[in-house]
Ligand binder design. Structure first.
Ligand SMILES: Cc1cc2nc3c(=O)[nH]c(=O)nc-3n(C[C@H](O)[C@H](O)[C@H](O)COP(=O)(O)OP(=O)(O)OC[C@H]3O[C@@H](n4cnc5c(N)ncnc54)[C@H](O)[C@@H]3O)c2cc1C
Length: 401
């Protein structure tokens, strides 16, 4: 079996698989390995509890790598509007795709479907070797190349190793790259629920002092709930029986969609802020949650990771086209300069939002109300926000344009 590659990608989640797809026809040989076999998508099974709000830019990336058709043919829920309001004050804001001349603001898609659609593109590709289940146990980065020893004892060599193995990345640790991380002391409780009134292809978000509550529209008419709450509150929410949970959700959402009538099982994820000290070393790069994790309050996590994948793919392809070494630190620094600033800005902005809205001190509530009203009432600023969140502005990689 082949043991030498141009690129080894560790982690075949959304970012690792998207990177492999973006490079599958570049002429470079790629190994994509994951500790688990890829998600099997069953259109008759219950909707995955981990759903994402994909931006326009993310859809373009999925389209450019050939995976969007599979997603669209399965189940995707476009949303046209977004309603955000503050539980502590009177501020609210309404975004409409028509304001920026687009048919929709974004798409609610399941994690397992995204991953499935991406892996499907890689099957049978002669330049791509898929290895699963496989985990790295040792990593050596040298001027001439990198080598990775897998848990089954197999040794693989490559010119470049990419860590895409999520926020708790083992590969990042093996490369000796540190992180600055902090728990938000919150968990996101997720479930899919049936509401009395239809969701109107709208993403709803209410900022409560204990954390934001989002209702994301699903294709089957239900809404997907992401309810971020302090640890003790999350425990309390999880311990409620179904009727109690539905009643608590109806209250927390102020009954915007009427009564919450039924729910699926619930799950909860701890929330943290994380940033890697560096994104690159010679022969090594970090992408996705391995490089940064953000609060889910604006649903930007997966959009950032797809932009990472597209930017790194572009940097690698450009270097390969002009005959440069793709593992060279100078080449990889272009990717770091490109993505690190954008990702940091988002981490700090979301952090600021989280702090601003988790406080009921009167001057802050007044400031929030004034801020939300100002943005809502000032069309150019509001449009700029929408365009940025949709990924229609900024320094975008080619695959996202
Ligand atoms: C509760 C919650 C809600 C969220 N909601 C949203 C949202 O609404 N919108 C949004 O945009 N984002 C959201 N996110 C963020 C989003 O899930 C992540 O940003 C995104 O999935 C990161 O993708 P990734 O491929 O980097 O990592 P992951 O999805 O974590 O994938 C990592 C992959 O690496 C593999 N792996 C792990 N360890 C190893 C190893 N040692 N060896 C080999 N393989 C390994 C795993 O099996 C997995 O396939 C949410 C996150 C949470 C926790």
């Amino acid at each position: 079996m082949k043991s030498e590659f141009d690129i080894m990608i560790v982690g075949g989640g959304v970012v690792g698989a998207a990177l492999a797809c973006a490079l599958k026809d570049s002429g470079l040989s790629i190994a994509l390995l994951d500790a688990q076999s890829p998600a099997i998508f069953d259109p008759n099974a219950e909707v995955d509890l981990r759903v994402f709000a994909l931006s326009y830019a993310s859809r373009r990336i999925m389209q450019a790598v050939g995976a969007w058709e599979t997603v669209a043919a399965a189940r995707v829920s476009p949303y046209r509007e977004m309603q955000v309001w503050d539980a502590g004050g009177k501020g609210s804001i309404h975004f409409d795709s028509a304001d920026v001349g687009e048919p929709e603001l974004g798409y609610i898609v399941e994690n397992s479907l995204l991953q499935h659609a991406l892996w499907k593109q890689l099957e049978g590709k002669s330049q791509v070797t898929l290895l699963h289940p496989a985990k790295p146990e040792a990593l050596t980065l040298e001027d001439e190349g990198a080598s990775l020893v897998l848990d089954q004892g197999r040794r693989l060599k490559a010119r470049l190793v990419v860590a895409a193995d999520g926020a708790a990345s083992t590969t990042r640790a093996l490369a000796g790259i540190g992180v600055v991380s902090e728990s938000y002391g919150q968990r996101a409780v997720v479930a899919h629920v049936q509401t009395e009134r239809p969701h109107q292809a709208t993403a709803w978000q209410r900022f409560l002092a204990t954390g934001p509550l989002a209702f994301l529209p699903l294709a089957d008419g239900r809404v997907s709930v992401v309810w971020s709450a302090e640890e003790a509150e999350a425990e309390r929410i999880l311990a409620l029986d179904d009727a109690g949970f539905c009643a608590a959700l109806t209250r927390a959402s102020e009954g915007r969609l009427g009564e919450v009538r039924s729910t699926t099982r619930r799950a909860a994820f701890p929330l943290q802020r994380l940033r890697a000290e560096q994104y690159v070393r010679g022969r090594f790069a970090l992408v996705g949650d391995a490089a940064h994790a953000v609060h889910p309050l604006a649903g930007q996590g997966v959009n950032l990771v797809l932009l990472d994948a597209a930017a790194l793919a572009e940097v690698i392809s450009d270097a390969h086209t002009i005959g440069r070494d793709i593992g060279d630190l100078g080449v990889l620094r272009r990717y770091e300069r490109w993505r690190k600033g954008d990702n940091l800005a988002m981490i700090f902005a979301l952090d600021g939002f989280k702090r601003l809205f988790s406080n009921d001190i009167a001057p802050l509530v007044t400031l929030r109300t004034a801020g939300l009203r100002a943005v809502d009432g000032f069309t150019p600023l509001k449009h700029a926000f929408v365009r940025r969140a949709m990924g229609l502005s900024g320094d975008l990689p080619l695959l996202a344009r």
